[in-house]
Design a protein around this ligand. Structure first.
Ligand code: SF4
Length: 471
């Protein structure tokens, strides 16, 4: 997640796709006559924002009369929604596109979406001339027009403009999870972290109108969704463009008020925009989940300045104090980068002491590596790979110890869990607490998926809890 705060939450939900066999759920009614225009295969990489973008792209295609299929072989349109978080992302995309080369000669149309599309632009046509569509996420609102051009036989269609004030809204969204719905409320990013490519690939911050968000939440509740997860690269920088001017905390409360909604999550929060009213909303409304993902990136103020993170160690710790002072425990998770250019041993130790002080519930950690189109590219990446690996291992071991001790203290406690996974082993289930702790638990019940149950914790490891259904 070197480039994007949002990626930190990625490993949280992996069971459902397995459970549903990748099935999609049409969540907003639309004029659907699938299969009329052809079939599409859509492969997605990256963060929850990318997953949700793909859900909307799939909905848009479905509404135009396309039918989603499970393999590129069965598709007339192959789309590849890319992510530039990982190292050598572009190289990997071109290598995958190489596999699609033959497909174009079979009459299939190939398209590249997302961050690598934005980053590489028309270079993609040069290196993979069999590609017909290159579209960055800031141009998704123009996709209907681009699809019309493709359908008219245009062999080169691009959407690479990032100078936009539009958000990507669709009549139909094909969601991949039947209980928890993602909802992007703010796109792009106006921060300028020196290591991050998101402002370049996703464009400036654009917030979605609060009335449109609430309308969609009501529709989702009617369709049976009980958990919504509000998404944004900096979700708490939300700025309602309507005359209502709802604050982010007011939006959280309004979403929680929708009948049928039992849990409201949000990710990712930026420390500079994390204000006391957000904690007050969590305290006041039980439906707002007791979990905040607040990336710190480094425990050293000097490194934070070099990263252009817009807060100091002390300012960050004030935000933590707000949460620790709440009238109920709030799970706090974070992201950390080690080996940023010029990070000294003493500065790395400041990160270790921050871990000790905050006692995070979970952490996503990475070695710094330079990315194209980022300000830190011009800084000397002076710390060796071996040293970065050493720091990362020390950091992860420290966090492991913290998590093991924290989780051990939860043995004997009881939590409400939204059941989202079923093991192949008989009577074994899994789900998440409101604080986003995963619990694997035993139950004799046979139909728990999507329900809320009470689970008593009987054992703990550093990364998860085990328990039993408390009836
Ligand atoms: S705040 Fe914006 S620029 Fe900074 S890491 Fe997150 S997405 Fe990137």
């Amino acid at each position: 997640m070197l480039n994007c705060d949002l990626d930190m939450s990625k490993p949280f939900d992996i069971e459902v796709e397995r459970l549903t066999g990748g099935a999609s759920y049409l969540t907003v009614a639309g004029g659907v006559d699938a299969g009329q225009r052809g079939t599409f295969f859509l492969e997605t990489f990256g963060c929850q924002m990318n997953d949700h973008d793909s859900e909307k792209v799939a909905g848009l295609l479905h509404a135009r009369g396309y039918q989603q299929v499970e393999t590129p072989e069965a598709a007339s349109l192959i789309l590849y929604n890319t992510c530039s978080i990982r190292e050598k992302a572009a190289q990997k995309v071109f290598s995958r596109l190489g596999e699609y080369r033959e497909k174009q000669s079979e009459g299939k149309v190939i398209g590249v979406l997302g961050c690598v599309a934005q980053q590489e632009g028309e270079e993609i046509f040069k290196r993979a001339p069999w590609v017909s569509l290159v579209c960055g996420s800031a141009s998704y609102s123009k996709l209907p027009g681009m699809l019309a051009q493709l359908e008219a036989g245009n062999a080169r269609v691009t959407g690479l403009d990032t100078d936009t004030d539009e958000t990507f809204e669709t009549e139909v969204t094909r969601r991949n999870n039947p209980w928890r719905a993602y909802l992007t409320i703010i796109e792009g990013c106006d921060k300028a972290c020196s290591y991050c490519v998101v402002p370049f690939t996703r464009g400036p911050e654009r917030s979605r109108a609060s009335d449109s968000i609430l309308r969609e939440v009501r529709q989702l509740a009617e369709l049976g969704y009980s958990e919504v997860q509000l998404l944004g690269q900096t979700v708490n920088s939300y700025a309602d463009p309507t005359a209502r001017k709802m604050r982010f905390s007011e939006l959280l409360l309004a979403v929680a008020e929708v009948r049928g909604i039992r849990r409201v999550r949000f990710t990712t929060s930026h420390p500079s925009d994390f204000t006391p009213d957000i904690v007050e909303a969590i305290e006041r409304e039980p439906k707002i989940c007791d979990h905040v993902h607040l990336p710190v990136q480094s425990g050293s103020t000097r490194v934070l300045r070099a990263m252009q993170r817009t807060y100091s160690r002390e300012e960050y710790l004030e935000k933590i104090a707000l949460m620790r002072g709440a009238n109920k425990p709030i799970g706090i998770t974070t992201d950390i980068i080690v080996g940023f250019p010029g990070e000294t041993e003493a500065e790395f130790e400041e990160t270790l002491s921050l871990l000790e002080e905050v006692q995070y519930d979970s952490m996503f950690s990475f070695k710094y590596s330079p990315r194209p189109n980022t300000p830190s590219l011009s800084m000397s990446d002076s710390i060796s790979e071996e040293e970065k690996s050493r720091r990362l291992a020390i950091l992860q071991e420290k966090q492991r110890e913290i998590q093991a001790a924290k989780n051990a203290r939860l043995v004997g406690e009881q939590f409400e869990v939204l059941v989202s996974g079923k093991s192949r082993r008989e009577n074994q289930w899994s789900g998440y607490t409101t604080a986003h702790r995963m619990i694997n638990f035993a139950s004799q019940e046979s139909a728990l998926l999507g329900t809320y149950v009470q689970v008593r914790v009987t054992g703990a490891g550093p990364n998860s809890l085990v328990g039993e259904h408390a009836v």
